[in-house]
Write a protein of this length. Structure first.
Length: 595
C-alpha cells in the first residue's frame, strides 16, 4: 500500500521543528518519492539542506518548489537565505525583493535583505531595510545590531554604538551585540572600553572566535602586540578556518616586521576566502614593502573593496583604465583618492599618460591645485570638489603604477613641479639673515579622526615638537617651522634652546609651501605630505619613520627609489623615537659642518 504523503509531511514537519534534522530529511524524501512535485516538501527539504550546511542543494530544491508555486513569498525569502549562505548576494537580494513584492511582512526578510545589501557594499540602502524590519518588530534586537553594523560601514560610529546599546537592552545576553559594540568603541578611540565589551561577549560565549579576533584588534591599537597575537591565536584555535583572524594576525606580524610569517597568514586567509579584501590588501602592502611591486600592485587594487573607498569608486560607472586600452585622442581623468602625500608621490605618472596621446585632466584636493598646475603634460587641473568635465577613461592616481607595470627598476622620477620664482626669491631674502644651513621641521601628520584606521597610524607616525629638543644641541643650523594643522600651535612654545622661525600662517596652500621649501637647505619631517613635497622638489629630506614604516619606504634601507634626495631614519623598535633623534642629531652635526 502506498504511503500517505500528507501524514508523512506532518511527521516530517514535527521532527524538523524539534531539531531532528536527519530524521526529518528522510521523511521529506519519502514524501517526494510518493509525490515528486510537492512544493512544500521541496521547499522544506531545501530549508533543511541549508540548515545542514548544503546551500547549493538548498538553492536547487527551493528553486524547484518555486517552479511549482511561484507566488509563495516564503519560498522566495528562503531562497534568498540560501543564496546568501552560498555567497551569491545579487541573487539573494533579488529573492528577498521578490518575497517583499509578493507581500511578505516578515521582519526577518527585511533584516536578511539588509545584511545582503551590506555584502553588496550598499550600506545606506541596508539602513532602510533594517529600519523597515524594526518598524515591523520594534523589539527586534538582531535588526538593531545589524543596523549598527551598517552605520559602522558609513563611519557613523556614535550612532552605531547607540544601536548596539539598544540591542543589548532588548537582549542582555546578546554576545554578538557586545562584540559589535566593541568595534564601535574602537572606532571612537575608546580602546579600553572596547576591550571590556569584547570581554563581555566572550564571557557570554567562551567559544566566540570572532570576539577573540576583534579583541586582538583592540589590543593591537594599544600596541600590546604579543597579547594581540595571542588573542588571534585563541580565535583560530576555536575556529581554524576564520579568515578574518588570519588576516588580522597577518597585520600584527607585518607591524612587528615578520613579513614572511605575515604573508603566510594572509595566504591562509585567502585560501579560505579568495575574495577577502582586507587579507588581499594586507598581502599587497606587505609585498610592496618587500619590493615585490608587480604582485603588490595587483593586490593593492583590493583597496576599492573597503567601505571607505568603495563609496568613492561608486562615483564611476565603469572600471578604471589599467593600461590596456590605447589613449591616443582620449580624455583621461586622473583623480586623487587618498592623502596629499599620495597625490604628490603619484602625480609623476600624469606626464606618462599624456605621452601616450591622452588629454589629461587631473582632479586633486584644492590645496594642491595651484602647485600641480605646473605639471608637464596636464591639460587641466581641477579640485576634487569641482564639476568633472566629460572624459573617456579614468584612473585613480595610485592605480597608475599597476597600469604602467612599475617595478623597483622602472620607478619614474618625481614630478617636475615649479614653485613660483618670485615667491622663492622672497623667501630667500627672508631667510638670508639666518645662520645656515636653514632646516625645515615638520613633526606631525593630519590626525584623520574621521578615519579610525588612519588615525591609529597617525598616532604611530607623528611626534611632538618637544621631541625635537635634542636638535637644539647642534651648532649652526637655523630651524624653520613647516608644520600646518592642529600641531602647528606647538611652534609657539618650542623646547628650550631650539629657536624656531615660524611663518606658516603665510602658507595658504602647497604652492606657498613649495616656495618656502625650495628656499631651505634641508627638511626634517615625519612621514607626511611635507616629506613628499620636499622629495618631489629634489630637496634633501630626512624622513623619520615609525617601526612599521609605510610600504613605500620598503625595508632595511635608508634611501628611497621614489625620491633620490630622501634619507630614512627608522625606529629600531616600536615607539622608540629617542633612538631616531640620536641618529638625526649625529647626522645633523655632520650636515652642519659640511655646509
Amino acid at each position: 500500500m502506498s504511503e500517505d504523503p500528507r501524514a508523512l509531511m506532518a511527521q516530517a514537519v514535527a521532527l524538523h521543528q524539534q531539531g531532528a534534522l536527519a530524521a526529518a530529511e528522510a521523511l521529506y524524501r519519502r514524501v517526494l518519492a510518493a509525490a515528486p512535485r510537492q512544493a512544500s516538501a521541496l521547499h522544506l527539504l531545501g530549508v533543511l539542506a541549508g540548515q545542514r550546511g548544503r546551500p547549493q542543494e538548498a538553492i536547487a530544491l527551493i528553486g524547484e518548489a518555486i517552479a511549482e508555486a511561484p507566488n509563495e513569498a516564503v519560498f522566495h525569502a528562503n531562497l534568498g537565505r540560501a543564496c546568501k549562505a552560498a555567497e551569491r548576494p545579487t541573487e539573494a537580494l533579488a529573492s528577498f525583493d521578490r518575497a517583499i513584492a509578493l507581500g511578505s511582512t516578515d521582519p526577518g526578510v527585511f533584516n536578511d535583505r539588509g545584511n545582503v545589501l551590506r555584502d553588496l557594499q550598499r550600506s545606506e540602502a541596508a539602513l532602510d531595510s533594517f529600519d523597515r524590519a524594526i518598524a515591523l518588530r520594534p523589539d527586534y534586537a538582531e535588526a538593531f545590531s545589524n543596523r549598527g553594523n551598517a552605520l559602522l560601514d558609513l563611519d557613523r560610529h556614535q550612532e552605531a554604538l547607540a544601536c548596539y546599546d539598544h540591542a543589548i537592552a532588548l537582549r542582555p545576553g546578546y554576545a554578538e551585540a557586545f562584540s559589535n559594540r566593541g568595534n564601535a568603541l574602537r572606532n571612537l578611540d575608546r580602546q579600553q572600553e572596547a576591550l571590556a565589551s569584547y570581554g563581555q561577549a566572550i564571557a557570554l560565549r567562551p567559544d566566540y572566535a570572532e570576539a577573540f579576533s576583534n579583541r586582538g584588534a583592540a589590543l593591537l591599537d594599544l600596541d600590546r602586540h604579543q597579547e594581540a597575537l595571542a588573542s588571534y591565536g585563541q580565535a583560530l584555535t576555536l575556529r581554524p578556518g576564520q579568515a578574518d583572524a588570519l588576516s588580522n594576525r597577518g597585520a600584527v606580524l607585518s607591524l612587528l616586521g615578520q613579513h614572511t610569517a605575515a604573508l603566510q597568514s594572509y595566504d591562509q586567509a585567502l585560501a579560505l576566502r579568495p575574495d577577502h579584501p582586507a587579507a588581499r590588501l594586507g598581502r599587497g602592502l606587505c609585498l610592496l614593502k618587500l619590493g615585490d611591486l608587480a604582485r603588490g600592485w595587483a593586490d593593492y587594487e583590493s583597496r576599492w573593496q573597503t567601505p571607505r573607498l568603495a563609496r568613492l569608486a561608486a562615483r564611476f560607472t565603469h572600471p578604471p583604465w589599467l593600461g590596456a586600452e590605447p589613449l591616443a585622442g582620449k580624455t583621461v581623468l586622473l583623480h586623487a583618492e587618498q592623502g596629499f602625500g599620495d597625490t604628490l608621490q603619484f602625480c609623476r605618472y600624469a606626464p606618462l599618460v599624456a605621452a601616450r596621446g591622452a588629454h589629461v585632466v587631473l582632479a586633486v584636493a584644492r590645496p594642491l591645485t595651484r602647485l600641480l598646475a605646473t605639471l608637464d603634460g596636464v591639460a587641466e587641473v581641477i579640485s576634487d570638489s569641482d564639476p568633472v568635465p566629460a572624459f573617456d577613461l579614468h584612473c585613480p592616481l595610485m592605480s597608475l603604477p599597476l597600469a604602467f607595470g612599475t617595478t623597483l627598476a622602472t620607478i619614474p622620477p618625481p614630478a617636475r613641479l615649479i614653485p613660483a620664482a618670485d615667491r622663492v626669491a622672497a623667501w630667500r631674502r627672508r631667510l638670508a639673515p639666518l645662520a645656515g644651513p636653514r632646516v625645515g621641521l615638520c613633526w606631525a601628520g593630519s590626525p584623520r579622526r574621521d578615519d579610525p584606521a588612519a588615525h591609529r597610524t597617525d598616532r604611530r607616525r607623528s611626534i611632538t615638537l618637544a621631541q625635537f629638543a635634542p636638535l637644539a644641541g647642534v651648532v649652526g643650523p637655523s630651524f624653520v617651522a613647516l608644520q600646518k594643522g592642529e600641531a602647528a600651535a606647538e611652534a609657539a612654545t618650542p623646547p628650550a634652546g631650539l629657536k624656531l622661525h615660524d611663518w606658516t600662517d603665510e602658507l595658504q596652500d602647497f604652492a606657498d609651501a613649495a616656495a618656502l621649501v625650495e628656499a631651505l637647505d634641508l627638511v626634517i619631517t615625519v612621514d607626511t605630505a611635507v616629506a613628499h613635497l620636499a622629495g618631489t622638489l629634489g630637496k634633501p629630506v630626512w624622513i623619520l619613520s615609525r617601526f612599521d614604516g609605510c610600504w613605500r619606504w620598503l625595508i632595511d634601507r635608508d634611501d628611497s627609489p621614489w625620491y633620490p634626495t630622501a634619507r630614512l631614519f627608522r625606529q629600531p623598535a616600536p615607539g622608540d623615537w629617542d633612538a631616531v633623534m640620536r641618529q638625526v642629531v649625529a647626522a645633523l652635526h655632520r650636515f652642519a659642518s659640511a655646509a
